[in-house]
Design a protein around this ligand. Structure first.
Ligand code: PMP
Length: 381
């Protein structure tokens, strides 16, 4: 129950062990083509016309970040980074690697910048505004719909790190006008680690095509990948670098499951799990890293350790009951909190098991919760 890699559905694992064919074998061309089409749907990037170019690349989420920055940034470009945690910092580092001048609009860990603060910055003119939809280090959710409206108003491209959100939190790329969103396979997409998924909207593609300088990254250059993605969607063979054949099989299966559930139902299921988890934390008397309920993510929870309870001992006592949770990640508050991932195939039963184990472990360590987290989940379902 860590925030990625998550647990994977048995059908996804079975697809992973399909025979490894050539990347230009007819069966694989069909699978890759389907996976691209389904990626566009899962990002809700299927607006009118040629909306939303998907890319499926072999690599982790950091490759997706790298690919977004390498292809959109030219030296000297101005980027506004909305900072809500560790992964926003990483994104800034990557933009700077490609020569961008990055301004930060930030808040303390657990908080997020107000929209009017962001607007004040945007008035200075930026080519790109980058936002982490859910920062996995803090569990803070940003308001992408409102930020997209601001980015349109000030003519900045909006780049979303959706690694901990896509297919879990509501994200409607074409409706909201998000210019680029990316994720990786191992989180709410529900496929083992190893794939970077990006969807590029028309404005971002236009900016890419209008570049004056070459992309400073060979593997991630969209010029190499665009013909390949277009060919597979047209069910034609193509090659730039060997795709991760088995992972694409697994992805195609997990995307089918996601679309069969339906994006709205899937967002609501995650919202339900998020609400139940927050109710359980309150019942147990645990504080949370996100300082307001409106911006607590539904894909993971970030409870604070209660006073007097040693963090590593708690995680170990929970682990002894077969439940694996993650420690803190944000350097400024790392030892004060832990993280519970609840995205993708996570069920009500999983959440009950987590809070049951947590409640027992807390009692073993001498902390007696004011009420039962398990009972709160049942009451809030
Ligand atoms: N962004 C966010 C929000 C993440 O949670 C992660 C991974 N936890 C990354 C980027 C980087 O992804 P990866 O570890 O797959 O490179």
């Amino acid at each position: 129950m860590i925030p990625g890699p998550i647990e994977f559905d048995p059908d996804v694992m079975a697809a992973m062990s399909s025979p490894t064919t050539s990347h230009v074998a007819p069966n694989f061309i069909e699978i890759y083509g389907q996976a691209l089409e389904k990626t566009r749907k899962a990002f809700l990037a299927d607006g009118q016309g040629e909306w939303g170019q998907p890319f499926i690349l072999a690599g982790s989420g950091t490759l997706a970040m790298d690919s977004a920055a390498a292809n959109l940034v030219e030296p000297g470009d101005k980027v506004l980074q909305v900072v809500t945690g560790y992964f926003s910092d990483r994104m800034q580092t990557i933009f700077e690697r490609y020569g961008a001048h990055v301004s930060r609009v930030e808040a303390a860990p657990g908080d997020r910048p107000e929209l009017d603060q962001v607007e004040t910055f945007l008035k200075n003119g930026f080519k790109i505004m980058a936002v982490t939809h859910v920062d996995t280090s803090t569990g803070v959710l940003t308001d992408i719909k409102a930020l997209a409206a601001l980015s349109r108003k000030y003519n900045a491209l909006l780049v979303i790190d959706g690694v901990c959100s896509v297919a879990g939190e509501s994200l409607r790329m074409s409706d909201w006008g998000v210019d680029l969103a990316f994720t990786s396979s191992q989180k709410a997409i529900g496929c083992p680690p190893g794939l970077a998924l990006l969807v590029v909207g028309p404005r971002a593609m236009e900016a890419f095509k209008g570049r004056k300088s070459p992309v400073q990254n060979y593997y991630a250059d969209w010029k190499n990948w665009l013909p390949v993605m277009q060919a597979y969607e047209d069910r034609k063979p193509s090659y730039f670098a060997t795709p991760a054949v088995n992972l694409v099989h697994a992805l195609n299966t997990s995307l089918s499951q996601i679309l069969a559930e339906g994006m709205d139902d899937r967002f609501e299921r995650h919202a339900q799990i998020g609400r139940a988890s927050r109710a359980a934390m309150i019942a147990l008397g645990l504080g949370q890293v996100p300082i307001k309920v409106e911006f607590a993510a539904n894909t993971l929870s970030a409870p604070l350790y209660p006073e007097g309870v040693d963090g590593p001992s708690l995680l170990s006592a929970v682990g002894k009951q077969g439940v694996i949770l993650a420690g803190g990640l944000h350097p400024a508050i790392k030892s004060e909190y832990f993280r519970i991932g609840h995205m993708g195939a996570c069920t009500q039963g999983d959440l009950l098991a987590v809070y049951g184990a947590l409640e027992i472990a807390l009692k073993q360590l001498g902390y007696h919760p004011p009420s039962s987290g398990v009972a709160a989940i049942i009451a809030n379902w």
